[in-house]
Design a protein around this ligand. Structure first.
Ligand code: BES
Ligand code: MG
Ligand code: ZN
Length: 516
């Protein structure tokens, strides 16, 4: 079984190489020029227009389709050069999110027409009406372009791997040095997000709990992250009866991976308690004995999306050498039907000591999280915990693919998350926690049951209510149900279809804005 035991880490992570310069390259390039609403030329476009006998303005006058609206594009050839006008809408209203979308759109265009370096000319940006500085514009454009250029070539033939037409983006700006610095930090998150996407896209026979743990170790250890892997024997000793029950039906034993980054320097060193992130890593969710229907079951390889986001976040923090102490924990387990599977009606004892009556083996993610949450609280006493999980179909019904529902027991923690969401392409929406739901999970013959008493109604909320039973009194905690946002079926300007790596960006911003 060479394939299923494959241990090779995913190593190909060639991002489009981005550089910043203050002089225009001389020959054969495709240059992107921003144009605002009603075809108001950006300062750079104006200069080029002037130097070339108004070839841009005359071209614009002779057509009616292109109006400078957000993400509109128009190709103009002049001699040996390709110019692509890229619409940005109202200059005054531009946000980083808009710029990222433009960057993604630019990639869609460039990957078809360019065969050399791409150039974005934003020189003299300060003269435009935008409130954004040119540093931000360059960095976000490049990030959007990189995120859009993501692909997953590992399981295709060799030729496909080498097929990308352009590999370089040069940005002409008046502040090359500071732009470069700002971008370098953002690129750390893009690398983390790429890895998270890779993990989600990897087929489940290549991502068994054991091989997944190995991939994490191979990639994160060299970055200075301490990795501890608990096998089933160690978890058994710790009393993780909930997590172990889920893995019982699989011939691929579960793992719990603990990742620790301590980048504190100066006064901060050894002062405050760590931040904690916990991820659901169900490498494949068949539903177990409460088996899922066959149609669409292949999507359930995404069920480790929460863990992938935690891994990608840890990578990002280490790459940008975040001045803080963070622990990331992922519970990796496969949910399979088998003669040895756990059954509906089983009662299992979690690490917390609480007993859980299993009413549906497809509500497995909460069992995995219960033990991971207990483990992190007992061993690290964190300031707060954020968990991420593709936990319920009900979350997708409620908020679809755009917003991630977030259940938070602490207003201060939510304020910080909301602020990070506002500045990020990843959007969070606060969902309610309520005693009603926490109590609804009380069982008649055990302490807790793993399904709400009102079946699928408020399914995302009862799942959060279940988890709340495993959070210590007074501990700040947020649960992000990423069932709708971890995976997309249709491409967006900044993501091809498949795993999105959702969570890496917004949580990196959240850590950066508040902790270092
Ligand atoms: N992994 C699923 C949730 C899911 C569904 C994620 C669709 C992404 C897309 C989870 O383990 C699950 O099966 N949840 C059940 C819970 C129910 C049995 C209480 C669900 O949502 O149906
Ligand atoms: Mg399930
Ligand atoms: Zn699941």
């Amino acid at each position: 079984m060479a394939i299923t035991k494959d241990n090779t880490p995913l190593t190909k992570h060639d991002l489009i190489a981005v550089s910043f310069t203050d002089t225009a390259p001389k020959s054969g390039v495709t240059t992107f020029l921003p144009v605002f609403s009603d075809n108001t030329l950006s300062p750079a476009a104006r200069e080029i227009d002037k130097a070339g006998d108004s070839f841009i303005s005359s071209y614009l006058k002779a057509q009616t389709k292109f109006k400078g609206k957000a993400c509109q594009t128009l190709l103009i050839t002049s001699g040996s050069k390709n110019y692509v006008l890229i619409g940005m809408g109202d200059a005054e209203k531009l946000t980083p999110r808009d710029i990222e979308k433009c960057g993604g759109t630019a990639w869609g265009m460039a990957s078809k027409i360019a065969n050399d370096t791409m150039v974005l000319d934003i020189s003299n940006w300060a003269k435009a009406k935008s409130k954004l500085e040119s540093d931000a514009v360059g960095a976000h454009f490049a990030t959007g372009l990189q995120l859009s250029a993501y692909d997953f070539p590992y399981f295709k033939g060799k030729s496909k791997e080498d097929a990308s037409p352009v590999q370089k983006l040069k940005i002409i700006t008046n502040s090359a040095k500071t732009s470069q610095k700002r971008f370098a930090e953002m690129e750390c998150a893009t690398q983390g997000q790429y890895f998270a996407r890779d993990l989600v896209n990897t087929p489940p026979n290549f991502l068994l709990p054991e091989t997944y743990a190995h991939k994490i170790k191979t990639r994160l250890k060299p970055l200075g992250i301490k990795i501890t892997v608990l096998d089933e024997k160690k978890m058994d000793k710790l009393g993780m009866g909930a997590l172990l029950a889920v893995g019982q039906g699989s011939s691929n034993p579960p793992r719990l991976v603990v990742m620790e980054w301590d980048g504190r320097t100066g006064k901060k060193a050894k002062s405050d308690k760590p931040l904690a992130f916990v991820g659901k890593g169900v490498t494949f969710d068949t539903g177990g004995i409460s088996i899922k229907p066959s149609a669409g079951m292949e999507d359930m390889k995404l069920d480790m999306g929460g863990s992938a986001a935690v891994v990608g976040l840890m990578e990002t923090l280490a790459r940008r050498k975040a001045n803080t102490h963070v622990v990331g924990i992922v519970g990796l387990v496969e949910n399979m039907p088998d003669g040895n599977s756990y059954r509906p009606a089983d009662i299992v004892t979690s690490m917390s000591g609480k007993t859980i009556e299993v009413l549906n083996t497809d509500a497995e993610g909460r069992l995995v999280l219960a033990d991971a949450l207990t483990y992190v609280q007992k061993n690290y006493d964190p300031q707060f915990i954020v968990d991420l999980a593709t936990l319920t179909g009900a979350m997708m019904v409620a908020l679809g693919f755009e917003y991630c529902g977030s259940f938070v027991n602490d207003n201060d923690l939510w304020d910080k998350m909301e602020k990070a969401s506002a500045s990020s392409t990843e959007k969070l929406w606060r969902m309610p926690l309520d005693e009603q739901w926490r109590d609804q999970m009380k069982s008649e013959i055990a302490d807790i049951q793993n399904m709400g008493k009102q079946a699928r109604y408020a399914g995302a909320c009862t799942a959060a209510g279940f988890l709340e039973n495993f959070i210590d009194e007074g501990r700040a905690w947020a649960h992000m149900d990423i069932a709708g946002t971890a995976w997309i079926k249709a491409p967006t300007p900044t993501a091809p279809k498949g795993g999105t790596g959702f969570g890496v960006r917004v949580l990196n911003d959240f850590v950066k804005q508040n902790y270092g």
